[in-house]
Design a protein around this ligand. Structure first.
Ligand code: SF4
Length: 422
């Protein structure tokens, strides 16, 4: 079960007015992640001048609120401090996507002085990490101590900490435990996201074309080509992750979404914020009106839409009861909870962000469905391209087109219309 689109706020983000500007600063990395969007081709670090040019391009053409620094591992870029200072000088927020491995207290101190807003950690069981002697990591929960260590480091310096995982068939069952862990530590963690794994299948009967010419795709041609990926396989969808969370936390709900570029039924981004106190007691989630007000007012007063708030809203979220029936329900539960023991009114409360992202899907006719008004676009050859498919442009000078032989793959799965919440 998942929410009806009419009960959610469709984020107002677009190609030219989008809170995120994405810059890939390096193709150097210090670990290996399954399904990484980036093939390490030995290009090394992008020059500081080129990075500054990309940032100015994004500020101009994206009207962004933050610059997300990605790669490779951005922390390894020798000019990372200069890059952060440049972003701060433009009065933009800066967020680094990192696996954490190269992070030290002294580096964090310099990040703080340079004005870094936050770090979004990618730490999950699809990775081969030196902390685990490069052995396979069997459970997401085995990584919680490592995650907590990084959360504590950032908390010391007052830097925003976000954690993301890639969700696979194997790890879907662990999503609720990951959320429980994050909520338990929400004093130090600002939000989490779950990105559903996608690989490009390498299989007989699946052909790839670039600029009209057939190209030979095999495992390793791109970071995300995968010979274990079966095109017929019914993939996990955003609504499956939503349902898994909702089953365990009935108070959870999404407030907003981004759909797909082809199928009107697809959910690509599902964004939710649970209202929860520091004892892990959930009261509800905010609804579409709160998200609409947040986006509209941020745009009105600051000129941009928003994805990373600088401050926690705390109990002020209950002011939204005037407009948002989901918050009204949460307030009612909160008051009942406080009546049992009035001391509880002093427990800190937060609207904790939970994001779900469904990466590109191959439809039965071979078309690839993207996120409508993709937030994670970067600059390539003077044009904006979806960062999840940047490598196709780097290597083949265009996005790939796919031809699926129906005789060899008669059961190719498409999107199905699942039941919705009433
Ligand atoms: S289309 Fe954009 S938002 Fe969606 S997965 Fe790709 S880069 Fe991310």
């Amino acid at each position: 079960m998942y929410p009806e689109k009419s009960n959610l706020y469709r984020m107002p983000w677009s190609m030219n007015d989008n809170p995120i500007g994405w810059v890939e600063v390096t193709d150097v990395c210090n670990i290996k992640c399954k399904g990484c969007y980036r093939l390490i081709m030995g290009e090394g670090h992008k020059s500081l001048d080129q990075i500054k040019e990309d940032i100015l391009f994004l500020k101009k053409w994206r009207n962004c609120d933050n610059i997300t620094l990605a790669g490779g591992e951005p922390i390894l870029h020798p000019d990372i401090i200069e890059i952060i200072k440049f972003i701060s000088g433009l009065k933009l927020k800066s967020v680094i996507l990192s696996n954490g491995l190269a992070l030290t207290d002294s580096l964090l101190n310099r990040f703080k002085e340079s004005g870094l807003t936050g770090i979004s950690f990618h730490i999950d069981s699809t990775q081969i990490r030196p902390e685990f002697n490069k052995q396979e990591i069997s459970s997401e929960l085995d990584l919680n101590d490592l995650r907590l260590n990084y959360a504590k480091m950032l908390y010391k310096f007052g830097i925003y900490a976000h954690f993301g995982i890639t969700v696979t068939e194997r790890s879907l069952a662990e999503v609720p435990s990951f959320i429980e862990w994050a909520v338990e530590n929400m004093k130090m963690i600002n939000g989490i996201s779950m990105i559903i794994y996608r690989g490009l299948p390498v299989a007989e009967g699946v052909e790839y074309y670039a600029r009209g010419k057939k190209v030979d795709i095999r495992t390793g041609s791109l970071g995300y080509t995968d010979e274990t990926e079966k095109i017929e396989k019914p993939h996990i969808k955003a609504q499956d992750v939503y349902a898994k969370i909702k089953d365990h936390f009935p108070e959870y709900g999404a407030s907003s979404y981004l759909g797909g570029t082809i199928d009107h039924r697809t959910y690509k981004w599902l964004i939710g914020n649970i209202i929860v106190n520091d004892k892990g007691k959930m009261f509800g989630a905010y609804g579409k009106k709160t998200q609409e007000i947040a986006q509209t007012f941020h745009h009105l007063f600051y000129g941009t839409y928003i994805v990373y708030p600088k401050k926690r809203i705390g109990k002020k979220i209950f002011l939204m009861t005037l407009f948002d029936k989901s918050v009204r329900k949460a307030l009612y539960k909160f008051l009942k909870y406080v009546l049992v023991n009035p001391v509880r009114i002093f427990y800190p409360i937060n609207a904790f962000g939970i994001g779900i992202v469904q990466a590109p899907d191959i439809l039965p006719d071979g078309r690839i469905e993207m996120c409508d008004d993709c937030p994670d676009m970067c600059v390539h050859d003077g044009m904006l391209v979806n960062s999840c498919r940047l490598d196709e442009c780097r290597i083949y000078d265009s996005f790939l087109h796919i031809h699926v032989d129906k005789e060899k793959h008669p059961e190719t799965a498409g999107q199905s219309a699942d039941p919705v919440e009433s």
